[in-house]
Design a protein around this ligand. Structure first.
Ligand SMILES: [Zn+2]
Length: 225
């Protein structure tokens, strides 16, 4: 006999893979590793189902050569295109004027014409992450793309109030996510930090929708045509 929690209630046609297959999705993170931690499973799933996925890393504050190589490996594991917004050397987001940052993100929206944009959440506490979230908001005036925030990203566990309003089943891509996170060796193994909490967290998120692993998103805007 089926228990209530075993009930299949998800309409199969509402998969994120179907929604963005053949389209471009742009994911924006402040630093290398943010996208892998926040939505690595989602990005791998989108790519595997035929979306063109662009991983946009806004800045590399230090150790440029090491971290750009790690970012390349992470994007390669997930099968995504990597774009460094402020390339050419180490830069801090807070050193860039807000209008210039918005201008760079505007140019990216015009170039890629994404069907969806995913970025940091206003629930995040890292100032660079908040600056990117705030600079992404006005890009919504340029086109009618779906706009999501992902869970706040940290190298160490910190309690944060983030309540997903959408979940992506990443059961098939959790291993790719974990592999992509460990590509950032200078941030984890190199500092004695383990990455297993990201698998555990995805497992808890998966519990919310009755699948082994999931990633939670906050829907900022969704265009239902
Ligand atoms: Zn970051």
């Amino acid at each position: 006999m089926k228990r209530a929690c075993d009930t299949e209630v998800r309409p199969p046609g509402q998969s994120i893979a179907n929604r963005y297959s053949g389209k471009t999705v742009v994911a924006i993170g402040a630093h290398p590793d943010d996208l892998e931690i926040g939505i690595g499973g989602t990005l791998a799933k989108l790519r595997q189902h035929g979306a063109h996925v662009v991983m946009c890393v806004a800045s590399i504050p230090r150790d440029y050569d090491v971290r750009i190589e790690e970012a390349r490996r992470g994007a390669e594991v997930l099968g995504c295109e990597l774009k460094i917004l402020m390339d050419g050397g180490p830069q801090r987001i807070e050193d860039v004027k807000t209008c210039d940052l918005v201008g760079m993100l505007d140019d990216m929206i015009r170039e890629y014409k994404p069907a969806a944009v995913l970025t940091h959440s206003k629930a995040d506490f890292h100032n660079d992450h908040l600056l990117i979230y705030q600079a992404c908001l006005p890009t919504q005036r340029l086109a009618y793309f779906d706009f999501f925030s992902y869970h706040p990203t940290n190298c160490r566990p910190v309690p944060i109030a983030f309540h997903p309003t959408a979940y992506v089943d990443v059961s098939d891509t959790i291993d790719a996510k974990m592999h992509a996170i460990t590509a950032h060796a200078s941030q984890f193994g190199g500092r004695g930090l383990d990455t297993e909490m990201y698998r555990e967290f995805a497992h808890v998120q998966g519990r919310m929708i009755g699948v082994p692993y999931a990633e939670g998103l906050d829907v900022q805007r969704m265009v239902l045509a």
